[in-house]
Design a protein around this ligand. Structure first.
Ligand code: HEM
Length: 178
């Protein structure tokens, strides 16, 4: 695979990750607020939230792999786990690394959920909210497509929908996460 193909793949998977993680956060809020999505039973919303979070993680793995394998810029495995140490765009890449570390904690604790207490699991799950803005700012700061119409609109729509849903979530403090 040429460096150019890897670079396009990195950009494409970055945009897909942003969309998927945004939908995952929105679905998580919908689950918490016990919102029934049109045409879906309540357990369908929970299942969609779980399935999409695993798909988002798979795309994130591709996004990271293409960044490492692409030899045009030097991004190492350490840069993926330790924020702000990379030679390439340390600040913007570091914010992506913070997002990744937080999401890793959320995904791993969700997979081990049956082995840990509900309180501990829920506390870790809050990290998903913290992770998402880091990912959004990472993409806006480092992306080649930043400034294009489609990426500007994508970023605005993602930010607006999550802010609106989080606002509703803060106003409706009831029910427990299943
Ligand atoms: C949840 C975590 C992450 C999300 C949602 C995300 C999303 C994005 C987005 C939306 C872009 C802009 C793509 C474009 O301009 O079309 C981007 C760019 C990029 N990301 Fe990430 N990213 C994440 C984590 C990471 C991590 C951990 C790394 C690697 C260490 C990384 C490496 C890169 C690189 C190198 C670019 C620049 C691509 C270019 O030159 O345009 N990202 N990311």
């Amino acid at each position: 695979m040429t460096s150019e193909t890897l670079w396009y793949a990195n950009r494409a998977t970055g945009a897909v990750c942003l969309i998927l993680f945004t939908v995952v956060v929105l679905l998580g809020i919908a689950v918490r607020l016990r919102t029934r999505l049109p045409g879906l039973p309540r357990f369908g919303t929970i299942r969609l939230h779980r399935t999409l979070s695993l798909s988002a993680t798979a795309f994130l793995a591709l996004h990271i792999t293409t960044a490492i394998v692409d030899s045009y810029v030097n991004i190492t495995f350490v840069d993926v786990l330790v924020p702000f140490v990379s030679d390439y765009q340390p600040l913007w890449l570091g914010l992506g690394t913070v997002a990744f570390d937080l999401m890793l904690a959320v995904v791993l604790t969700s997979l081990l959920r049956h082995r840990m207490g509900h309180r501990a699991w829920r506390a870790t799950h809050w990290l998903a909210y913290a992770s998402w803005p880091f990912a959004l700012i990472h993409g806006a700061g480092i992306g080649t497509d930043t400034g294009t119409d489609w990426m500007t609109w994508l970023t605005i729509v993602c930010a607006a929908t999550v802010l609106a849903a989080a606002g509703t979530r803060i106003r409706t403090r009831e029910g427990a996460h299943p």
